[in-house]
Write a protein that binds this ligand. Structure first.
Ligand code: UD1
Length: 421
């Protein structure tokens, strides 16, 4: 297994291009299952999660061709050979459940393994299933698989989600495009990835209104057509790289960055004393004067502070002047990075869903272990600021969500290298 070695202490300066959003792309790819015409995605990120979704779609008989080194994904589902998503692939990635709604909507049946994914809490799929049942599907859970049927097609329904779920909103949204009649998704997720999916589906002929608000209305159509769609930029990658100069004291322009995608996060950075400036090419972030100030953070669904930036923000606050509190409200058990940061000299105590971080002057390099995707990059950020060398192991977590991380950071002066196993 590869490791990443970082020697900290260099302020980062330069520019970092931000890739297309992993989470948007993982929802857009299954949309190919809704039509027999080609769907092409531009600006796709080159990540192992995208390759996993490619393998899953190919196992169903879809054609997925990566062009331009993987930046363009040309897909077609005109000839599906299977409607069964196997455990062996699905267990690698939770987003695999997103093939369920589209297959069921277009073919009237689907068998999908219950997913695995990051080890950050229970993460059930009950809301996905509830939404599809409301649209008339019959579901049977047997031997770890969901057996779903809707022989006469899905029908429009009013679905009120008891909690906001990005994935369940996406699954229901895709299924509703081909359902008979009107579907209303109430308490829907408002994440930019949902907006991006709705835009792509609309380009495919779907009739959707209200994406980006808590109520999405979908009028079903008989069939969808092909389209070409550019994936929105990755707001989590953006936020992660915005933290790089914040933590090392430097200045980095994140190319393609948009403040509307990271509003609550950018506000927190400013509260901590980091400058965030909109430029014609993106967002420029800098830290000029001394230590950052301690701030309190509560994770919430969009437009609140994203749970996917909590670990990285914690890395920053480890060296803040004062005591910060981070409250995790989306996932239980999402503080596995805290003891690893502790190995680098951070002072963090976790009680239930709240971590209290007492800032220290300096972190020190240490051997640490990545436990999940965002935790792994928080350790890299901490290492960039730490004195001496840090070796992060289990970086396959990192490769799920960050493309060319060593290249992007070393282009700004970071001393970082991959040690191939
Ligand atoms: C997506 C993102 C993930 C991000 C998360 C929250 C993708 C591929 N992943 O995950 O990076 O951290 O949104 O912003 O887009 N829940 C249920 N039942 C369900 C579904 C969810 O109880 O059927 C709960 C979850 O356990 C969690 C909360 O709802 O506590 C939010 O989860 P959800 O928004 O569904 O996350 P994902 O779509 O899995």
């Amino acid at each position: 297994m590869d490791q990443i070695a970082v020697t900290g202490g260099t302020p980062l300066r330069g520019e970092i291009p931000i890739a297309g959003a992993k989470n948007a792309c993982l929802a857009l790819m299954p949309a190919t299952l809704l039509t027999d015409e080609p769907l092409t995605l531009m600006n796709a990120p080159r990540l192992s999660d995208i390759r996993t979704m490619t393998t899953l779609l190919q196992s169903l008989g879809a054609e997925v061709t990566a062009l331009q080194g993987g930046k363009v994904l040309a897909m077609s589902s005109h000839d599906l050979t299977s409607l069964r998503a196997d455990y062996d692939i699905v267990r690698k990635m939770r987003a695999s459940i997103l093939v369920l709604g589209p297959m069921l909507a277009r073919h009237g049946r689907a068998v999908v393994s219950l997913p695995g994914g990051c080890a950050i809490g229970a993460r059930p799929v009950d809301l996905h299933l509830m939404a599809l049942e409301a649209m008339g599907a019959t579901l049977d859970l047997r031997e770890g698989y969901v057996h779903a049927k809707a022989p006469n097609g899905l029908k429009g329904a009013r679905i009120a989600f008891p909690t906001v779920s990005v994935g369940a909103t996406e699954n229901a949204l895709m299924a509703a495009t081909l359902a008979r009649g009107t579907t209303v998704l109430a308490n829907a997720a408002r994440e930019p990835e949902i907006v991006d999916l709705a835009r792509c589906l609309r380009a495919m002929g779907a009739r959707i209104a209200g994406e980006g608000t808590g109520t999405i209305e979908v009028e079903g159509v008989a069939a969808l057509c092909g389209a070409t769609h550019a994936v929105v930029i990755d707001r989590i990658e953006l936020g992660t790289y915005m933290l790089a100069p914040a933590i090392t004291g430097g200045e980095v322009e994140c190319l393609g960055g948009r403040r509307d995608l990271v509003g609550a996060f950018a506000d927190k950075l400013e509260e901590a004393g980091i400058a965030v400036e909109e430029t014609p090419r993106g967002l420029k972030v800098s830290r000029r004067n001394g230590r950052v100030a301690a701030v309190d953070v509560v994770t919430e669904p969009f437009p609140g502070f994203p749970t996917d930036l909590q670990a990285q923000m914690m890395a920053l606050l480890c060296t803040a002047d004062g005591v910060s509190r981070l409250e995790e409200r989306i996932f239980e058990n999402r503080f596995m990075h805290a003891p690893e940061l502790g190995r680098m000299g951070a002072r963090i105590s976790v009680q239930g869903g709240t971590a209290t971080v007492t800032g220290v002057e300096r972190l020190r390099g240490a051997p640490v272990m990545a436990t999940d995707l965002r935790a792994s990059v928080s350790l890299i950020l901490a290492a960039l600021a730490a004195e001496g060398e840090t070796v992060v192991s289990r970086v396959y977590h990192l490769d799920r969500g960050y493309e060319r991380v060593e290249e992007k950071l070393s282009a700004c002066g970071a001393r970082i290298e991959r040690i191939a196993a």
